[in-house]
Design a protein around this ligand. Structure first.
Ligand code: SAH
Ligand code: SF4
Length: 366
C-alpha cells in the first residue's frame, strides 16, 4: 500500500506508533498495521483519535471476521473515521511465495515472505473432514533440539500476532477446521504475540475457532505453562516430551538443562489442576535413541497419575541429521507396551514427509 500522507499526517503517524505498543515490523511508511492488533488496542487507538471506543469491535469484525483490507469498504464506520484510519494505518498481509503439494498424502506446504524478507513455512493437512493448519510462531527456534530441522537453522526473530494469524487468513479458502501451533518456533518463548493471536483465533469477532480445535505445542517452558494455565483460554496443550529421563533429554533437548523433567511435570500438573483439562505428551520415536522397551517403561512410570494422552510420532528424517525412524515393528511394540499401561496412546504417522512438510522438517533457507 502506498503512503499518500502529507507532511502533517506523517508527524501524526509517528505519534500514532507510540499509541499502540504492539506495533508490527510490517508498517510500510511508518503506518500502523492493524492486523495482529486486538480490541483493547483498537479501543486505545480510537480513543486517541477522538472516536467512540465501541467502534473497536466493529473494526475487529471488519478486519478478521469479514477479512476486509480496504478501509473504504468498512461502510459501517463513518467516512471521517475511514479517512483518519487510511492516513495512519494499513491492513497488511504476509505474502505467499511458494506452495508444494505432497505426492504421498494429502498435505501441502506454503512458504510465506514477511515484510522484512524473512521466510516462514505453514502446512495444511487434510484428513477426512478435518483440515488442520500447522502454524509457525517464530522464524527459526532458539532451543536447538538436536533432531529438529527448525532447531538446526537457529533463531531469527519472533513473529507478530498479525504474522501468526495471517497464516490462517491467507489460507482461509481451504476451509480450515483445526489449528496446531507446531510449525517453526517455540510458541511459549513468543508468549505475548502468541497469546494475542490465540485470542483473535478464538473470538467470534476474530476467526471464530472453538478453543478445543486449537492446540499449542511446547518443548516445555514451566513458568510459561503456568502462566498459560491462568489465562481464560480453553485451548489444548501438548508437551514435546520425547524421552523420559533427564540424562537423555539433556542431550536431545538442551532446554531440559534449564528446566529438568521434575519442574516440567510440576508445571504440567499445575496446568491440569488449574484448567481441569488433560494434556497430550508428544513422543517422537527415534531409532536406537528413545525407542526401546526400557524407554517405554520409563515413560509410563514418569507420567503415572497425570491426566494425559500420549501421541507417538515416528521420526521424520531430516537431511544432514544422523537420526532415523525406527522400523514399523519397533514402533508398534513401543505402542503396545504403553497401552494399556498409559491411559490413551495414539500413533501419528506424519503427513508430507516427501516435501519436508512433516513435523520437525520445517526449515527455511534465506
Ligand atoms: N517448539 C514446539 C513446537 C514446534 S515442534 C515444540 O517443540 O513442541 C513440533 C513437534 O515436532 C514437536 O513435538 C517436536 O518434538 C516434533 N519434531 C521435531 N522434529 C521432528 C522430526 N524430525 N520428526 C518428527 N517430529 C519432530
Ligand atoms: Fe524448537 Fe520445537 Fe524444534 Fe525443539 S522441536 S528446536 S523447540 S521447534
Amino acid at each position: 500500500m502506498v503512503d499518500q500522507t502529507c507532511g502533517e499526517d506523517r508527524a501524526m503517524n509517528r505519534n500514532q506508533s507510540s499509541m499502540v505498543e504492539a506495533t508490527n515490523p510490517m508498517d510500510p511508511g511508518g503506518k500502523i498495521n492493524l492486523k495482529g492488533l486486538w480490541i483493547e488496542d483498537y479501543e486505545k487507538l480510537l480513543g486517541e483519535l477522538g472516536e467512540k471506543r465501541y467502534k473497536a469491535r466493529q473494526l475487529a469484525s471488519w478486519i478478521y471476521d469479514k477479512g476486509i483490507t480496504d478501509f473504504a469498504q468498512m461502510t459501517e464506520l463513518s467516512k471521517d473515521l475511514r479517512k483518519k484510519l487510511n492516513q495512519i494505518a494499513v491492513i497488511d498481509s504476509i505474502k505467499l511465495v511458494k506452495r508444494q503439494i505432497s505426492q504421498k498424502d494429502i498435505s501441502e506446504k506454503f512458504l510465506f515472505e514477511l515484510s522484512d524478507g524473512e521466510k516462514i513455512e505453514t502446512v495444511l493437512i487434510w484428513e477426512g473432514k478435518r483440515v488442520t493448519v500447522c502454524l509457525s510462531t517464530q522464524v527459526g527456534c532458539q532451543l536447538g533440539c538436536t533432531f529438529c530441522a527448525t532447531g538446526k537453522m537457529g533463531f531469527k526473530r519472533n513473529l507478530t500476532a498479525g504474522e501468526i494469524i495471517d497464516q490462517i487468513i491467507t489460507l482461509g479458502e481451504h476451509g480450515i477446521t483445526h489449528v496446531v501451533l507446531m510449525g517453526m518456533g517455540e510458541p511459549l518463548l513468543n508468549y505475548d504475540h502468541t497469546l494475542k493471536a490465540l485470542k483473535i483465533m478464538n473470538n467470534e469477532l476474530g476467526l471464530s475457532f472453538a478453543a478445543k480445535k486449537i492446540t499449542l505445542s511446547t518443548a516445555g517452558i514451566p513458568p510459561m505453562i503456568e502462566k498459560l494455565a491462568e489465562e481464560k483460554l480453553k485451548i489444548k496443550l501438548a508437551i514435546s516430551l520425547n524421552v523420559a529421563t533427564d540424562e537423555k533429554r539433556n542431550k536431545l533437548m538442551p532446554i531440559n538443562k534449564k528446566y529438568p523433567l521434575k519442574e516440567l511435570l510440576d508445571a504440567v500438573k499445575y496446568f491440569v489442576k488449574q484448567t481441569k483439562r488433560g494434556i497430550t505428551f508428544e513422543y517422537v520415536l527415534i531409532e536406537d535413541v528413545n525407542d526401546s522397551e526400557k524407554d517405554a517403561q520409563e515413560l509410563s512410570k514418569l507420567i503415572r497419575g497425570i491426566r494425559c494422552k500420549i501421541n507417538l510420532i515416528p521420526y521424520n528424517p531430516v537431511p544432514d541429521l544422523p537420526y532415523q525412524r525406527p522400523s514399523q515393528e519397533t514402533v508398534l511394540a513401543f505402542r503396545d507396551y504403553l497401552y494399556p499401561r498409559c491411559p490413551a496412546v495414539t500413533l501419528r504417522w506424519s503427513k508430507g514427509e516427501d516435501i519436508l512438510a512433516a513435523c520437525g522438517q520445517l526449515r527455511t533457507l534465506s
